[in-house]
Design a protein around this ligand. Sequence first.
Ligand SMILES: Nc1ncnc2c1ncn2[C@@H]1O[C@H](COP(=O)(O)OP(=O)(O)OP(=O)(O)O)[C@@H](O)[C@H]1O
Ligand SMILES: [Mg+2]
Length: 340
Amino acid sequence: MPAGIRTSELRKVYNTAPPLAAGSGGAFSFAAKRGKGKQPKPEVVALNGMSLEVRSGEIFCLLGPNGAGKSTTVGILTTRVRPTSGQAWIGDHDVWKEQTAVKRLIGVVAQRPNLDFSLTAREILIFHGAYFGLSSQERSSRSASLLERFKLTDRADQLVRGFSGGMMQRLSIARAMMHDPQVLFLDEPSSGLDPQTRLLLWEIIREYNQSGKTVLLTTHNMEEADALCQRLAIVDHGKIIALGTPQELKSSVPGGYLLRLRFGQQSTELLQRMQALAGVREVRATENNGMDVYADRGGPLIGEIANLALAASVELCDVHISEPSLENLFLHHTGRSLRE
Ligand SMILES: Nc1ncnc2c1ncn2[C@@H]1O[C@H](COP(=O)(O)OP(=O)(O)OP(=O)(O)O)[C@@H](O)[C@H]1O
Ligand SMILES: [Mg+2]
């Protein structure tokens, strides 16, 4: 039976410092639990009211910068992380209360590889199939076809220890598909894959989805989200800041085009004149004498802007034009770049 995914007001507060980030500030708050003689406990708010609905049979993408809360969301939905509050369901099953039922429905590829290095690729798939109760014949035929699909047949009987990062990643995805789960979670599945293998992975994910399966994947990569998913959510600081189809989200940016300009000095008069140009929807002053211009055309505006700058005796130092993209959408919502 196909199954969707739902979360309601998920919050996750970690009370332990992440190993490399201890003492580095960021999202930490030392306000709580300052008992007598005790060290203050750092708190990281990883999720801050995450409500999400992924339809059954949909490819859905969580897109967001490092530390946005994507893996924490996946961790909660796959029973690995206990939410501080809020609820999550796979199909009709409450994830935290019905963990066994949920585990039967899902396949998971974690962000960090967790393969047993002392096994061969084939053994990894076969053992996984056995764990999920597949018959011996199913195990061998399914493992053979997955090894073939992920181009690992010639490595099938070698120990995983000697695999490259990309091969391990492919094997992890094949393992997650081995028991043919209704819902597949892929946490940054294409990281470490070469461009050709990335395309192969997209093809495999689409094929899997066409058999009616639900896929939730996380990525930093806008092209991937755009190419692969039917809907996506942009996540930042543990919350969804935008949700829709790639097309809807791209067209929700005023004008679509973004011109990032830098001048010799900031000028309110120049900003107002640019605002009045035909096709310009919004102009925002940014740091270092910058201005972001949201407009419904790109290149053709540059000459007009250069003339305005000349007339105002302000030097135009740098111009960057980007076409309608999810990157622009993120910038528009947060004032930051996804790549920063
Ligand atoms: N086990 C943990 N203990 C303490 N803090 C954690 C733990 N796991 C995650 N965090 C913190 O929670 C926040 C969200 O992390 P998360 O891994 O969910 O982000 P992400 O969106 O997956 O980022 P990335 O794109 O880098 O994978 C970060 O500030 C992170 O440091
Ligand atoms: Mg992550």
